[in-house]
Design a protein around this ligand. Structure first.
Ligand SMILES: *Cc1c(COP(=O)(O)O)cnc(C)c1O
Length: 392
């Protein structure tokens, strides 16, 4: 285990907990809105000539849609993407003047009620198939207004989006008769941008350029966070970062250039000495290899701390940061509790009430996610509602 020479940096907000909720909080989710603002400014700069939007789907990647949206608006962001219409409506109450797009398109029954939901909340659907184009056309004709929308073209994800053939058909049709709606964005999505050397990046770029050429007057967007880092060829008129705003790693196998936004802390509930050869936690999957000191922490998978980060005799689990040291998990992560091995840490440094960092500035979320067999995105969006939330 390594000692951090600046252990005094451990979560200053944790050390200043006062009365009320904070005093009885067993775990604390800290969202650093200042860091979010810095990350946005950084991505604006990296986006160069292109406008930099913000993706705030899934409760702004678990950080809280309202708080994130407000912060980003103050930082100068004017265009936002959500996935679902309800997220759009929520964002609209916080952002009365923003441009809002719903990436999943026209979600819901194919009725006017669905269409008017988008209309009322001024959420622009990103249309990704002919059926959606027909529905939006019909609705716009019925109200006699050419409402804005985005158009999604598939360049290689095989997820949402219209084909290249559809792009040709639409652009031909619209030269003779313009559509009954106003397309304000054409977009596509990169499949492998997290790997800058992946050959699909330039393939998708070429395909998107060809589609873009068919709609020269409509602003275009291709880049997610990783796409922003691929450079100006990928930026077009609008970039769409999500994960990098929230401090997650966008490009694999590179140092993360973003500031940490999310920190998860939890308390030690008790410590115990366990002799060598004893099994720990459910399933007896890990046995102490020596006389050990263990600390039980107030955090489990019901809080969003993934069970796949568990440890066993066969496979090492995630680690945590505590009082200037790193400590490994021992045994399985359970619903409400996780056990860590603090044998190598001085006895008086870890006691009942000590605060542990599960991830944050000392324990990168993407390292924890990798050990748990996933990515920072999933860890962020899994964060339960049980921790006390603090916004800095
Ligand atoms: C989620 C999403 C983004 C943001 O992706 P990040 O990798 O989080 O930057 C951008 N575009 C689309 C279509 C998305 O679904």
């Amino acid at each position: 285990m390594t000692q951090d020479p600046i252990s005094s940096r451990l979560a200053p907000h944790v050390k200043h907990l006062s009365a009320g909720d904070a005093a009885i909080a067993g775990s604390l989710l800290t969202i650093d809105l200042g860091a979010l603002e810095i990350n946005y400014a950084d991505l604006v700069e990296k986006s160069g000539e292109a406008e930099c939007s913000a993706v705030i789907k899934a409760d702004a990647y678990g950080t809280g849609l309202e708080e994130a949206a407000k912060t980003l608006w103050q930082a100068g962001c004017r265009t936002f993407f959500v996935a679902h219409p309800q997220e759009g409506a929520r964002a609209r109450s916080t952002l009365p003047d923003a441009t809002l797009y719903a990436l999943n398109g026209l979600v819901g029954d194919d009725t006017d009620a669905t269409m008017s939901y988008y209309h009322t909340h001024r959420v622009r659907p990103v249309l990704g198939c002919y059926e959606e184009i027909d529905l939006w056309s019909r609705y716009c004709r019925s109200i006699g207004e050419a409402l804005p929308c985005g158009l999604h073209f598939d360049t290689g994800m095989n997820r949402l989006g219209l084909s290249k053939k559809a792009a040709h058909k639409l652009s031909d049709a619209w030269t003779t008769q313009p559509p009954p709606f106003t397309p304000t964005l054409i977009m596509s999505h990169l499949a492998c941008a997290d790997d800058p050397h992946h050959p699909l990046n330039s393939t998708l770029l070429d395909r998107f350029r060809a589609i873009r050429a068919l709609f020269p007057d409509i602003p275009a967007s291709l880049a997610n966070s990783a796409g922003v880092f691929l450079g100006p060829d990928y930026h077009f008129d609008l970039t769409r970062p999500g994960i990098a705003l929230y401090g997650g790693l966008a490009t694999s196998n590179r140092p993360n250039p973003m500031q940490t936004v999310v920190t998860l802390n939890s308390r030690v509930l008790s410590t115990r000495h366990v002799p060598k050869g004893q099994s720990v936690s459910y399933g007896a999957s890990e046995v102490t290899k020596r006389d050990s000191r263990l600390a039980i922490i107030n955090m489990g998978y019901a809080d969003g701390y993934l069970r796949t980060g568990s440890s066993s005799d066969k496979r090492k689990g995630a680690r945590v940061y505590i009082e200037g040291y790193e400590a490994p998990i021992i045994g399985r992560v359970t619903m409400d509790l996780t056990i860590i091995d603090v044998t190598d840490i001085p006895e008086d440094a870890v006691k009942r009430g000590s605060w542990v960092e599960l991830f944050g500035p000392h324990m990168p979320i993407d390292e924890v996610a990798a050990i748990a067999g996933t990515i920072g995105y999933e860890l962020l969006t899994s964060l339960g509602l049980r921790s006390l939330r603090r916004y800095l």
